[in-house]
Design a protein around this ligand. Structure first.
Ligand code: MN
Ligand code: MN
Length: 260
């Protein structure tokens, strides 16, 4: 069992297309985790407390500083869990992982496919990270779960990049494939139904339950080498319930990362 997992927070929301707020998220997810409201055990009985090597939060002025910071932390030989920030952070984080993990699968949980070639002229918008990842060949396989906003352009992009999309409208979690390569998990909090996670910029009804996402993560059968939790927007939250859901997901994902 691995001893430490690095936590890094990326305070960036300038690449959000609709509302700001996710830059405020990382310290608030930590506050929820250490609030005393919950213990620090995952559901399968792993105490994550001593596994955390917290490097704190970074004010991101230049977008690709995210890649530099992530590379520095990867050199410590720990796995990394990144707290966003909006979803734009995932491209530079994955770019940093590519050298160490040239063959990587990604499990992406989101209401949105985030496959736009560009969004309002920005190729690094939070609507674009998975287009950048796929055109650079940074993922052998991209499996998306929870999608319920597919338009014509993104459907074409998905086809072009061979993205495996499990849409909400006909979701069967038993059909999610077993992974074979090292796996990275990218969890956009708006993949959850807004009833479970109101603290997101884009409320998209008809989403995943907390239980469905926890089950999905607990059933992963391959090594999880990295992860991010993004798009928590504290400005939209109700009674911190989305912060507590993000903290719960942190525990479940960390426990999975510690498994191998
Ligand atoms: Mn997203
Ligand atoms: Mn989303």
């Amino acid at each position: 069992m691995m001893t430490k997992i690095t936590i890094q927070g990326m305070k960036l929301d300038e690449k959000s297309s609709y509302q700001q707020g996710p830059a405020l998220a990382p310290p608030l997810i930590r506050d929820a985790l250490y609030s005393g409201s919950l213990n620090l055990f995952s559901e399968n009985g792993i105490n994550i407390e001593n596994a955390i090597d917290d490097k704190g939060d970074f004010d991101i002025k230049n977008y690709f500083d995210i890649e530099t910071i992530t590379k520095k932390h990867l050199n410590l030989d720990n796995k990394i869990l990144t707290l966003g920030g909006d979803h734009s952070i995932t491209f530079p984080v994955i770019k940093a992982h590519h050298e160490k993990y040239p063959v990587l699968d990604i499990l992406h949980i989101d209401a949105h496919a985030d496959l736009y070639d560009n969004y309002e002229g920005d190729k690094y918008s939070h609507a674009c990270p998975f287009a950048r990842i796929m055109e650079n060949g940074f993922a052998a396989r991209l499996v998306q779960v929870g999608i319920r906003t597919l338009n014509t352009h993104q459907a074409e992009q998905a086809e072009k990049f061979n993205v495996e999309i499990h849409e909400m409208r006909n979701l069967d979690l038993k059909r999610i494939p077993k992974f074979e390569n090292p796996l990275y998990i990218s969890l956009d909090m708006d993949g959850f139904d807004p009833a479970f996670a109101p603290g997101v910029s884009h409320h998209e009804p008809g989403g995943l339950s907390s239980r469905q996402v926890i089950d999905l993560i607990q059933n992963i059968n391959t090594e999880v080498i990295g992860a991010d939790i993004v798009e928590y927007n504290p400005n939209r939250d109700f009674q911190n319930m989305t912060a507590f859901l993000a903290a719960k997901m942190m525990k479940e994902i960390l426990s999975k990362m510690l498994e191998i």
